[in-house]
Design a protein around this ligand. Structure first.
Ligand code: BG6
Length: 509
């Protein structure tokens, strides 16, 4: 993906985090910034200003940041780099919602800090706050000219969720649009920063091998799985509102789907890529309000075991209604009605408290036509291309080859590229890539408004046709592959979910 030149030499960076004392900042943002500074990916003239409501001195904040980075860094921390990074970190206390006048003091502080730069700064605001604070913060930033509408060097990164339904997403977008133009808004979907998801473009458009086959003539079906073994991890109140549809489907899963099904973009510039993604999302067939939950399996976990330890049911989690009807699992058969993928079923599945964590995309190619004189080939399994996003990063191609020996017996073999073992420790975390690309003004890793709008429309069509009743849940035990209905969904089509464990295959890459 192309970016607009090397910003490192041309710009300084003022990186401001709203929600500087929060969990996301401590677990993800500070370690990501530390790595970017340690690896000299950001300009030397960079300052990081964490904003929070808590009364902390700069020293106290840096001491907390030191601990969090040590705990959450993906590599062993280098004390020298860490000290250099922390010297660039400042803390500013303000009541950013209840006291609009506090933006005046903040402005002075920011301008003072930028006054020390010799290069013109990029001002990057990261909103790591509760979603209801997005609109007021952006409005205050605009009113105080901390962001100027249309100024490409003033950018705002916004965490998910972007709205809680189509109407609220539209409202939020309308507010943002009065303060910023689309190019200044970087809506985060952290899956777009994951290595193997960024790799989809390279795989599809950088190989003669795949592009000619990437259509309904050769692909039988596509399976996208995002399984987690964790539960709602202390976020019961949030999850009750979102459920699996808004937490995973509306964003991460549909983004993966768009990258897999989109047409080749005219070039690799951000808008060309996003233009094609939005077309694919527009071609995603909405569910018609007929046939109750046809093609969809929803689930909610009951008590069970994860790695041999008992875990409670969703309804027993903190801040969850004991009669909750919130789904924690979804499997669905979708269709992308365009010339490339018309008629190809795409199965999507995501869930909490499943047997193990894995995110993978499986492309199942069509079987050989039944050629009479090729008896040996008739029972062979189909070719598969597997893109493993996590926990093992890599690709895997399943082909059929002759087993060594005198007899002509055909066997299934794998060609396996295990990226994680080849580049161990060097693979940056999603947030590192996202922050860096936002600084480089590469918006291809962020969701454009029209993509979001299409995603919400699709999710609402799912919600309209599926109404769980009191006795629908729980319908799968924690530590399993989800409800039986998810398997039946594929069985009805004469297919089954592929369960590929990349860690068990031998890397040859
Ligand atoms: C987040 C969801 O967006 O993605 C979480 O809110 C989920 O519920 C997480 O656990 C999964 O992300 P990852 O990177 O662990 O696959």
């Amino acid at each position: 993906m192309k970016t607009n030149g090397n910003h490192n030499n041309k710009h300084a960076l003022a990186f401001i985090i709203f929600g500087g004392t929060g969990d996301l900042t401590h677990r993800k943002l500070l370690p990501a910034l530390y790595h970017l500074v340690a690896e000299e990916q950001l300009p030397k003239e960079a300052r990081f200003l964490a904003i929070g409501r808590r009364g902390l001195s700069g020293e106290e904040y840096r001491a907390q940041a030191y601990e969090s980075i040590k705990e959450h860094s993906r590599t062993k921390v280098d004390e020298g780099h860490l000290t250099r990074f922390l010297n660039q970190v400042q803390y500013h206390q303000m009541e950013f919602i209840s006291e609009p006048s506090s933006y005046l003091g903040f402005k002075q502080r920011l301008e003072g800090l930028e006054g020390e730069f010799t290069l013109p700064p990029v001002r990057l605001f990261f909103l790591a706050v509760a979603p209801e604070h997005f609109s007021p913060i952006v409005t205050h930033l605009h009113e105080n000219q901390l962001v100027q509408r249309g100024n490409p060097d003033h950018r705002v990164m916004i965490e998910k969720p972007f709205g809680s339904d189509l109407a609220s997403a539209r409202m939020l977008n309308a507010t943002l649009s009065t303060a910023l133009i689309e190019h200044q808004v970087y809506r985060i979907d952290h899956y777009l920063g994951k290595e193997m998801i960024r790799n989809i473009l390279a795989l599809r458009f950088g190989n003669t091998l795949f592009e000619p086959l990437w259509n309904h003539h050769y692909i039988d079906n596509i399976q996208i799985t995002a399984a987690e073994d964790i539960g709602v991890a202390g976020r019961g109140a949030y999850y009750e509102q979102s459920g699996i549809l808004k937490d995973m489907l509306q964003n991460h899963l549909l983004q993966m789907l768009a990258l897999i099904t989109m047409e080749p973009p005219a070039d690799l510039m951000p808008e060309s890529i996003r233009d094609e993604k939005v077309k694919a999302l527009r071609a995603l067939r909405r569910y018609e309000p007929i046939g109750a939950c046809e093609g969809i399996a929803l689930g909610q976990y009951g008590a069970g075991q994860i790695k041999g330890k008992p875990v409670p049911a969703y309804r027993e989690e903190e801040n969850v209604n004991p009669r909750s009807l919130t789904p924690t699992f979804i499997a669905l058969r979708v269709r992308v009605d365009n010339f490339r993928f018309g008629g190809v079923p795409i199965y999507i599945r995501a869930g909490k408290r499943m047997d193990k964590r894995r995110t993978q995309i499986v492309i199942e190619f069509k079987r050989l036509p039944g050629i009479n004189f090729y008896e040996e080939f008739k029972i062979q399994p189909p070719n598969l291309l597997v893109i493993s996003v996590q926990p093992d990063e890599g690709m895997y191609i399943q082909i059929n080859a002759k087993r060594p020996g005198n007899e002509f017996v055909v066997d299934q073999v794998e060609m396996n590229y295990a990226q994680s073992s080849r580049f161990e420790g060097n693979v940056p975390e999603a947030y590192e890539q996202l922050i860096l690309e936002a600084f480089r003004a590469n918006s291809s890793l962020f969701t454009r408004w029209d993509e979001l709008e299409q995603s919400w429309k699709f999710v609402e069509s799912v919600e309209k046709i599926c109404t769980p009743t009191a006795d629908s849940y729980p319908n799968y035990a924690a530590g399993t592959c989800g409800p039986k209905r998810a398997d039946r969904l594929l069985m009805e089509d004469g297919r089954a979910w592929h369960e590929i464990d990349l860690s068990r295959t031998n890397p040859t890459g």
